[in-house]
Write a protein that binds this ligand. Sequence first.
Ligand SMILES: Nc1ncnc2c1ncn2[C@@H]1O[C@H](COP(=O)(O)OP(=O)(O)OP(=O)(O)O)[C@@H](O)[C@H]1O
Ligand SMILES: [Mg+2]
Length: 330
Amino acid sequence: MKVLGIESTAHTFGVGIACDEEPYILSNVKDTFVPKEGGMKPGEVARHHSEVAPDIVVDALSKAGVTISSVDGIAISLGPGLGPVLRVGATVARALALKYRKPLIPVNHGIGHIEIGRLTTESNDPLILYLSGGNTIITVLRERRYRILGETLDIALGNMIDVFVREVGLAPPYVKAGKHMIDVCAEKGSELVELPYVVKGQDMSFSGLLTAALRATKNHNLNDVCFSLREIAFDMLIEASERALSLTGKREILVVGGVAASQSLKEKLDVLSEERDVILKIVSPEFAGDNGAMIAYAGLLLLKHGVRINIEESYVRPRWRIEEVDIPWS
Ligand SMILES: Nc1ncnc2c1ncn2[C@@H]1O[C@H](COP(=O)(O)OP(=O)(O)OP(=O)(O)O)[C@@H](O)[C@H]1O
Ligand SMILES: [Mg+2]
């Protein structure tokens, strides 16, 4: 069985092809919109995605060496994400499903991040950290649902470091040669500036930290503020994760989402996993940020369990949370 998956929830338009036997991922092609300045404007991103979509679909099929008639379904990431951007991918997916008479499979973007992580790291019943631009979630799979044990109460860790480096003039781009600008800046700092550290149980809050750090740049060295912001934010996540580990007794940690590419976070997670004697698995950079392969693979799992959606009902779902999705393969 083979599924073509389309990712179009935010900055990246991606298409991947997954199959139900090794090597599982046959292709993974993407193009990420990077604004010249400022944040992402949904209209601009949508235009970018509609321009690149045809070539990316063709390229993903040709790299996989399959024809569209030979795939068994079209998976589409219906949410969560930005409405105008989601609609571009959904329109492409509906058109392909209709023209080639294939089932359309509704995929939650977060479930895609998690399932590609579980597949490619061969993880076994892990505590999952889903860390991305829009989410900071600590979750476990239990009785057909990803149960959320902890999350950010406001903005996500990834979004927080992006906004900070942008506001102080270090970005975009946010990442250069695999390294986030917060790390480039923090490596030149050493002194800890006092900033708010907010953990409530297993939940975290990053918005006060962001505001205080931006304010601190007025009377402290920028490198020291970057260093302090990064250390405090990551330590908050480590504390919440450690608490979730002791509550659940899990023996493995799996990190997924764009922030999983962070080398400095890995160093802290290495210490945590060593101290608690658990195995640490981190999704590879290719599958950390948004990509079509993760949607194709989650779509494949869903299709195998009979999940599909009628075109007329395939509305985009900008606020779709992972715990709303039934997980029949648990
Ligand atoms: N090397 C890196 N170190 C730290 N953060 C990184 C790195 N590479 C990417 N990121 C961060 O990952 C985030 C993007 O991840 P991803 O593409 O999964 O997010 P998203 O799709 O926007 O959010 P969501 O999955 O919640 O909808 C951004 O905040 C980006 O700065
Ligand atoms: Mg994402």
